[in-house]
Design a protein around this ligand. Structure first.
Ligand SMILES: Cc1ncc(COP(=O)(O)O)c(C=O)c1O
Length: 311
C-alpha cells in the first residue's frame, strides 16, 4: 500500500513532530549519495492491553551499535527516542504497525568524508501487513538462490543495519522476483548460505535446528534471537553458529525465514527443489504459532520484550 493511502500524518524528525509532508531533506544530502545512514525495522502489535512494541530495547541497542563504524552521533538518548516512538504510535492510533527509525548524514558538503555534515534522526510509523504476501505465512514462499553474493564483513560491517547495504538486498530480491520467485537466498563470499535480503534463514534437519552464525555475513536478527529462544524453550537443539552449504538447502526437512518484517515465513521451494513435502513443515508451524502467540500476547511469556505505548 502506498503512503498516500494510509491514515498517518506525523513524523518525528530531529527532535520535533512534523507533518508527514514536511519531513523533507535536501537533494544533496550525504546519505542519499553514499548510503551513509543506519536504520531499524521494528514491529508493534495490537494486544488486549493496547499496542506493544516488540523488543524495542534490542532494536535501540542495534541502532546505536550500527552508528559506531560510521561515527554517526545520534544526539538523542534512548528515553527521547522511546518517548517519540511511543507518541507516534499512540497519537496516530496505530494498532499493529511498523516503525522505522533512521539516522543519517545530512546536508553540508558532498565529499565522501562526512566532514561537518550534521547527523539527522527521524522516526516514522505506519500500518504494514504481511511482508511476503498474504498466503506466505501459511503456505510458504518459493525462493531462488541469488547470483549476487553478500558482502563480507571485512568489506562492509554486515552486523550494522546500514542503508547502503540494501542495494545488495534489492538486487537479489528483484532478480528473484523477475524469475518468478517471492524472495532470494543470498550466499556469502565463501559460497555458503548467509540469509535473505531482509531475513535470517533457519533450516530443520532430523529434528534439530540450524541457522548461519554471525561470521557468515548475516545481520544479527532480533527475530532470529527470538526464534532461537522459543525453540530452545521447547526443547529443540539449536545450532546458532552453523555453516550451511548451498547443497544442504536441497535436502533440508524444513526451511524458514525470520525477520521483523517477514516474521516467521516458511520456504516451500528453493530453485527447482521442493523442500520437505512442499508445504509448511511441523517444526516451522510450531515455532510460527509460538511466535504469533507471543507477539500478539496470547501468552504471558517474555513480558520484558514488550513496550506498551499506553492509551
Ligand atoms: C539483511 C537482513 N537480515 C536479517 C534481518 C532480520 O532482522 P530482524 O529480525 O532484527 O528484523 C533483516 C531485517 O531487519 C535484514 O534486513
Amino acid at each position: 500500500m502506498s503512503f498516500d493511502e494510509m491514515d498517518v500524518d506525523t513524523i518525528w524528525m530531529d527532535g520535533e513532530f512534523v507533518d508527514w509532508e514536511d519531513a523533507q531533506i535536501h537533494v544533496l544530502t550525504h546519505a542519499l549519495h553514499y548510503g551513509t545512514g543506519v536504520f531499524e525495522g521494528v514491529r508493534a502489535y495490537e494486544t488486549e492491553n493496547g499496542t506493544a512494541i516488540f523488543r524495542w530495547e534490542e532494536h535501540l541497542d542495534r541502532l546505536y551499535n550500527s552508528c559506531k563504524p560510521y561515527d554517526l552521533d545520534i544526539g538523542y538518548d534512548r528515553e527521547e527516542l522511546t518517548e517519540a516512538t511511543e507518541r507516534l504510535v499512540r497519537e496516530q492510533d496505530l494498532g499493529s504497525c511498523y516503525i522505522r527509525p533512521i539516522v543519517f548524514y545530512g546536508y553540508d558538503s558532498l565529499g565522501v568524508s562526512p566532514g561537518d555534515n550534521p547527523t539527522r534522526t527521524a522516526i516514522a510509523a505506519w500500518p504494514w501487513g504481511t511482508y511476503l504476501g498474504e498466503d506466505a505465512l501459511e503456505n510458504g514462499v518459493e525462493v531462488m538462490v541469488s547470483s549476487w553474493r553478500k558482502h563480507a564483513s571485512s568489506q562492509i560491517p554486515t552486523n550494522a543495519k546500514t542503508t547502503g547495504l540494501y542495494v545488495n538486498s534489492m538486487l537479489a530480491g528483484e532478480e528473484a522476483r523477475r524469475n518468478g520467485f517471492a524472495e532470494a537466498i543470498v550466499l556469502n563470499k565463501e559460497g555458503d548460505v548467509a540469509e535473505g535480503p531482509g531475513e535470517n534463514l533457519f533450516m530443520v534437519r532430523d529434528g534439530e535446528i540450524f541457522t548461519p552464525g554471525l561470521a557468515e555475513s548475516i545481520l544479527d536478527g532480533i527475530t532470529r534471537d527470538t526464534v532461537i529462544t522459543l525453540a530452545e524453550e521447547r526443547g529443540y537443539t539449536v545450532h546458532d553458529q552453523a555453516t550451511i552449504s548451498r547443497g544442504e538447502l536441497n535436502t533440508a526437512d524444513e526451511l524458514f525465514f525470520t525477520g521483523s518484517a517477514a516474521e516467521v515465513t516458511p520456504i516451500r521451494r528453493v530453485d527447482n527443489v521442493e523442500i520437505g513435502d512442499g508445504s509448511r513443515g511441523p517444526v516451522t508451524e510450531e515455532l510460527q504459532t509460538a511466535f504469533f502467540d507471543l507477539v500478539e500476547r496470547r501468552t504471558d511469556d517474555h513480558d520484558e520484550w514488550f513496550s506498551y505505548v499506553g492509551e
